[in-house]
Design a protein around this ligand. Structure first.
Ligand code: VG1
Ligand code: CO
Length: 560
């Protein structure tokens, strides 16, 4: 088919600033005239002449507006000289699957359509994110450039008449302005499933999950929360590993996630937690909308904090063939993540890095061969097999550990704590607060804690006293390219290693979400109840920040 591109005049929109992980706004914002078109053109322009003749991967979590956005992206890419797009069937690709496809196909990059764990549907959220040739989210330098361009954009290029049927797998060839343009619609799961087969021992996992090894099939409840992982989970757990059909639930990706909030935590995955608490299950797991997050719970809904999950996987990495083959480099965590993995790193003599919140900060370290496993307290775990966190990978890692040890999840954790001690951790989220008072709270608290007199101060609550060792607004210099990220979150570190961290979310689509992270280490007292153990520090955090006064909130919306 022979097509011609056109140039369309446009005017800038305010606020097209990518946050922690791409641009996230209400669907109604994205569907304004030229809004999506502007942003996509800016993504391409930020990459300059390299876009011409390039290969890009495009797909998303299947939420409302994904299909329309894929069409817009294809038309704009065609007009800007992109040579080829790899598009998931029906526009569906999980975030980890996109990362894997970029790497396997040596693509120039990818465009991911997701607002991750934010609710979907016409009245909820949509998002667009650009990933680079290493498969990882664009670094700050690139997203800053996209934003700068968006404030001055005057025109975009588009091929209005380009039509693709993304429901059919196959190769569609066009001629645009005299040059070939190809859209290959691919199976959404095939490449990813093959990738997992290279990493894990599917033979062993099959015998363990199907019951061939122990005589009884594993009792699992894996909840895709109507997000994108449904198709991946059915193929991997049912077809490849022989799990019983009732092991997987909510596996049809829905445009509005069935009204669920596709965020795998104790609040939004309550249905899973309640079911596993009441039933006969060895493992419960859930993912977020785009499949990069995971939550792991054991029998009786024994909760594994993501910080502990990372540390346990680090401890047992060698039971996974990929790491036996490629070796174990360093570990990393985001700053608010509890430091359990640091202790494993120390024991194994590995480098451990602390980076700002957001997966984009792990990429350089992985590319430089210094990092093989990393995680965030926000239910993100992953390795250098790709450059995104990976929910299904994390569950396969946990199943490998269960198979290897023959132990229950609770016993695996108790054993871990007996070796390393325990980092009690909790996060309080205050969602949809007013932005201005939250900004004031953060700047006031920053002044307080960076005053030289703050160091050494003592705070007491419920009979416990903590003395301030250091306090700052976290800044990070990338060890590889020396790029600097400043003001990444306020932290107060006490003399016993306990920490209070406060920051504002960068993934919301409106208002402000305050995140308060509390982390307290115990060498011997490892079997306490986290909510009780952390109470004194929570009180102290509320006192230092004066959160109630600024936000008007007496309780968080989500506790994890
Ligand atoms: C949150 C998490 C962060 C995570 C990010 C993207 O960011 O705290 O750890 O990397 O979401 O995850 P923020 O800025 O809202 O705290 V996802 O699954 O939304 O791509
Ligand atoms: Co996500």
């Amino acid at each position: 088919m022979t097509l011609k591109s056109a140039t369309v005049q446009t005017t800038p929109y305010e606020g097209q600033k990518p946050g922690t992980s791409g641009l996230r706004k209400k669907v109604k914002v994205f569907t304004q005239k030229n809004y999506t078109e502007n942003f996509v053109q800016c993504i391409l322009d930020a990459n300059g002449s390299a876009i011409s003749g390039s290969l890009l991967v495009v797909g998303g979590d299947g939420r409302y507006y994904c299909k329309e956005a894929v069409e817009i992206i294809a038309r704009i890419c065609a007009a800007n000289g992109v040579a080829k797009l790899l598009v998931g069937q029906n526009g569906i690709l999980s975030t980890p699957a996109v990362s894997s496809l970029i790497r396997h196909n040596k693509a120039y990059g990818g465009i991911i359509l997701t607002a991750s764990h934010n609710p979907g549907g016409p009245d909820n959220d949509f998002g667009i994110k650009f990933n680079c040739s290493n498969g990882g989210p664009a670094p700050d330098g690139v997203t800053d450039k996209i934003f700068q361009l968006s404030t001055a954009i005057k025109e975009y290029k588009i091929v209005e008449d380009l039509k693709i049927d993304i429901s059919k797998i196959g190769t569609n060839c066009y001629e645009v302005d005299g040059k070939p343009f190809v859209v290959e619609v691919i199976d959404s799961v095939e490449n990813y499933v093959n990738h997992m087969k290279e990493i894990f021992d599917f033979g062993k996992l099959h015998d363990f999950v199907s019951g061939k090894k122990t005589g009884t099939p594993l009792k699992a409840r894996i909840d895709s929360m109507n997000g994108v992982t449904g198709s991946y989970v059915r193929e991997i757990f049912l077809n490849c590993l022989g799990a019983t059909p009732d092991s997987v639930v909510h596996t049809t990706p829905l445009e509005d996630f069935g009204g669920l909030h596709p965020d795998p935590n104790l609040t939004y995955a309550k249905d899973l937690v309640d079911t596993v608490a009441k039933g006969d299950y060895d493992i419960g797991a859930a993912f977020d909308g785009d499949g990069d997050r995971n939550m792991i719970i054991g029998r009786n809904a024994f909760f594994v904090t993501p910080s502990d999950s990372l540390a346990v996987i680090a401890h047992y990495l060698e039971c996974i063939p990929y790491f036996r083959k490629n070796g174990i480099q360093g570990f990393a965590r985001s700053m608010p993540t509890a430091s359990a993995v640091d202790l494993v790193g120390q024991k194994l003599g590995k480098e451990v890095f602390e980076v700002p919140t957001g997966w984009k900060y792990f990429g350089n370290l992985m590319d430089a061969g210094r990092l093989c496993l990393c995680g965030e307290e926000s239910f993100g775990t992953g390795s250098n097999h790709i450059r995104e966190k990976d929910g299904v990978w994390a569950v396969l890692a946990w199943l490998s550990i269960m198979e290897h040890t023959g132990k229950s999840i609770e016993d695996i954790l108790k054993n871990h704590w007996s070796i390393y001690g325990r980092n009690y951790f909790t996060r309080y989220d205050y969602e949809e607060c007013e932005l201005e008072p939250c900004n004031q709270m953060i700047s006031t608290m920053e002044k307080t804690i960076t005053d030289p007199a703050f160091k050494g101060r003592e705070f007491s609550s419920l009979g416990k006293t903590y003395k301030v060792k250091v306090a700052d607004n976290f800044g990070y210099t990338d060890p590889v390219d020396k790029s600097v990220a400043s003001k990444q979150g306020l932290r107060v570190v006490f003399e016993d290693g306990s920490r209070i961290v406060m920051r504002l979310s960068g993934t919301g689509s409106s208002g402000a979400t305050v995140r308060m992270y509390i982390d307290s280490y115990e060498k011997d007292n490892v079997l306490g109840k986290a909510s009780e153990m952390l109470k004194p520090l929570i009180n102290i955090a509320l006192e230092i920040s004066d959160l109630q006064k600024f936000t008007g909130r007496t309780a968080p919306t989500v506790i994890t």
